[in-house]
Design a protein around this ligand. Structure first.
Ligand code: CAA
Length: 271
C-alpha cells in the first residue's frame, strides 16, 4: 500500500518503520534514522530499510545528493546491543547485517552525514561510510565497542584508521573514549563543524551546492576518492586519469566549459 509522508507531502513508495524519508527541493534525498527510544541503535531492520531507501534515491534520476541524519538530538549510539546480545557468531555470520555498511558505500551519489549528538560505534561507522561529515559543535564521537567486550565490526578499524592514522585510531578503539567535535575535526574525521542548530541547514545547503554540479562528474569523483583508499598511488592515478578522459566525452563537460566561456551559470543534465 502507498502512503503519504506528511512531513514533506511527497508520496513514499514504501512503508518504513525505523527511518523517515523526505525529498528536499526535488534533488536531495533525506533519510532520517528514527528509533529515538534506543538512541537510533542500528538494528538489522533499520539498516535494511536504510539501504533500501538509499538505493531508491540512487535509482531516482532527480536526486543528485543524499543526506543521512539521525535528527536534532542524536545521530546513532551504534549497533543494537540488545539485538546482538542474543546472537551467536554463526547467527551473525549468516545474517550478514554488517554487510549493509559496505553496500551503503557502493551508492554512487554523494552522501552527507548530518550529525548531532552521539555518533558512536556503528553510528560512527555509518557516518564514515558516507562522503561528507557535517557535525554540530556538541556532537560526540567514539568507538566504544571495547567497553562491551568486542571491537568495531562495521569498518571502524579500517575506515577510521585510514581517516585519522594508526595512532589516533588505536587510541580511540583501544580506550573506547569519546571525543568532541573539535577533536574529531582536528584529527581529520569531520568535514565541517557548525552550531548545533545549523546542522541540517548546512547539510541541505551543501547538498544543493553539490546537486547543482554535473552528477556524472560528482559520481565519478566520489568513486575515484573512495578508490584512493583501496589502490596503490600508481593505480589510483591511472584510474583518475582514465575517468577524467571519460568525462571529457560528456554533454555536461560541453555545457560546463561553454558556460565558463560565456560567463554564465552552467546547467548540467547528467549526460
Ligand atoms: N543498542 C541498543 N540500545 C541502546 C544503545 C545501543 N547501541 N544505546 C542506547 N540504547 C538504549 C538504552 O538501552 C536505553 O534504553 P532503555 O531506556 O530501554 O533502557 C536508551 O537507549 C537510552 O540510553 P541511555 O539510558 O544509556 O542514555 P544515556 O544518555 O544515559 O547514555 C550513551 C547515552 C552514552 C550513548 C549510552 O546509551 C551508551 O553508551 N550506549 C551504547 C554505545 C555503544 O556501546 N555503542 C557501540 C555498540 S556496538 C557496535 O556498534 C558494534 C559495531 O561496530 C557494529
Amino acid at each position: 500500500m502507498r502512503r503519504i509522508n506528511m512531513e514533506s507531502q511527497i508520496e513514499e513508495p514504501k512503508k518504513y518503520e525505523n527511518i523517515l524519508i523526505e525529498k528536499y527541493e526535488s534533488v536531495v534525498g533525506i533519510a532520517k534514522l528514527n528509533r529515538p527510544n534506543s538512541l537510533n541503535a542500528l538494528s538489522a531492520a533499520l539498516m535494511k530499510e536504510l539501504l533500501d531507501a538509499l538505493n531508491r534515491f540512487e535509482a531516482d534520476e532527480n536526486i543528485r545528493c543524499i543526506i543521512v541524519t539521525g535528527g536534532e538530538k542524536i545521530f546513532s549510539a551504534g549497533a543494537d546491543i540488545k539485538e546482538m546480545m542474543k546472537m551467536s557468531s554463526i547467527d551473525a555470520l549468516k545474517a550478514g547485517n554488517l554487510d549493509y555498511f559496505d553496500q551503503i558505500q557502493k551508492v554512487s551519489k554523494p552522501i552527507i552525514a548530518a550529525i548531532s549528538g552521539y555518533c558512536l560505534g556503528g553510528g560512527l561507522e555509518l557516518a564514515m561510510a558516507c562522503d561528507i561529515l557535517i557535525a554540530g559543535e556538541n556532537a560526540r564521537f567514539g568507538q566504544p565497542e571495547i567497553n562491551i567486550g568486542v571491537m568495531p565490526g562495521a569498518g571502524g578499524t579500517q575506515r577510521l584508521t585510514r581517516a585519522v592514522g594508526k595512532y589516533k585510531a588505536m587510541d580511540l578503539i583501544l580506550t573506547g573514549r569519546q571525543i568532541s567535535s573539535k577533536e574529531a575535526f582536528e584529527i581529520g574525521l569531520l568535514s565541517r563543524i557548525v552550531p548545533d542548530e545549523s546542522v541540517m541547514i548546512e547539510a541541505k545547503r551543501v547538498a544543493l551546492e553539490i546537486a547543482a554540479k554535473s552528477p556524472l562528474a560528482s559520481g565519478v569523483a566520489k568513486d575515484c576518492v573512495t578508490k584512493a583508499f583501496e589502490m596503490t598511488l600508481k593505480d589510483g592515478l591511472e584510474f583518475e586519469r582514465k575517468n577524467f578522459y571519460l568525462l571529457l566525452g560528456s554533454e555536461d563537460k560541453e555545457e560546463g566549459m561553454k558556460a565558463f566561456a560565456e560567463k554564465r551559470k552552467a546547467v548540467f543534465k547528467g549526460k
